[in-house]
Design a protein around this ligand. Sequence first.
Ligand code: HEC
Ligand code: HEC
Length: 212
Amino acid sequence: MSRRLVALALWTLFCAGAPLGAAQAESHERGQALFALCTQCHGAAGIGNRDALAPAIAGLDQWYVEAQLKKFRSGIRGKHPQDMGGLRMHPMALWLQDDADLAAVAGYVASLAPTRPAPQLTGGDSARGKQLFTPCVACHGIDASGNQAMNAPALKHASDWYLLSSLQKFKDGIRGADPADPMGAIMRAMAGTLPDEQAMRDVIAHITTLGN
Ligand code: HEC
Ligand code: HEC
């Protein structure tokens, strides 16, 4: 390729790249502005607040945050009468009618630094939990960092109390039971393999050893 052609190719790339970068910056800014709606419960850094039943969300993958916000918005998640936390989150997602806004706020949540919230649960046996975690690895990964191909989120930066409440809700059909929620159905079956609350506490004790 001649020098002129190379220069032309670079210029074309530059021109194509510039508006994209600007659009991304705009979406990040929009996401940050929208996130003001979320901080009341999830905190300014997105690390959650147990009193508000709101889990840590900072650094969750964008695809997962988007999928969950859509589920809350449509009511596939968060409308069961016994789902105390979900019933609080469902109306919040209704603020995000515009898909571009929903993606922007999800992108902003994903950009926040994940931090492990201080452990709040006690009484879990992490050695037993490691055994119980064996079947979970297929979808959530050996280090619980998630796998988009399986639609399985990262668990390693989650609030431990929230992991427990989610496992209980899946097992009891309070989360994931809507016929329009096939991913929830998959996870319900998995939660069903944990016989009791002690097994859940054990598996969570293992997940919390996985660190950053
Ligand atoms: C009134 C309090 C409140 C506000 C405001 C709120 N949330 Fe939530 N959010 C919750 C609660 C409670 C849950 C837990 C639901 C459950 O237990 O299943 C939750 C769950 C979530 C989840 C699911 C996390 C997971 O691991 O599956 C996401 C994502 C989320 N919120 C994002 C947002 C975003 C983005 C906003 C702002 C647009 C927002 N929330 C505003 C209370 C709130
Ligand atoms: C076949 C794949 C698969 C396996 C195996 C699996 N999961 Fe999941 N898990 C999922 C999917 C998909 C979701 C997302 C469900 C949704 O969209 O609400 C999920 C969600 C979760 C959540 C909720 C996370 C959040 O942020 O709200 C927890 C907790 C969880 N899984 C724990 C486990 C544990 C513990 C095991 C092993 C006993 C396990 N999973 C095995 C697919 C799987």
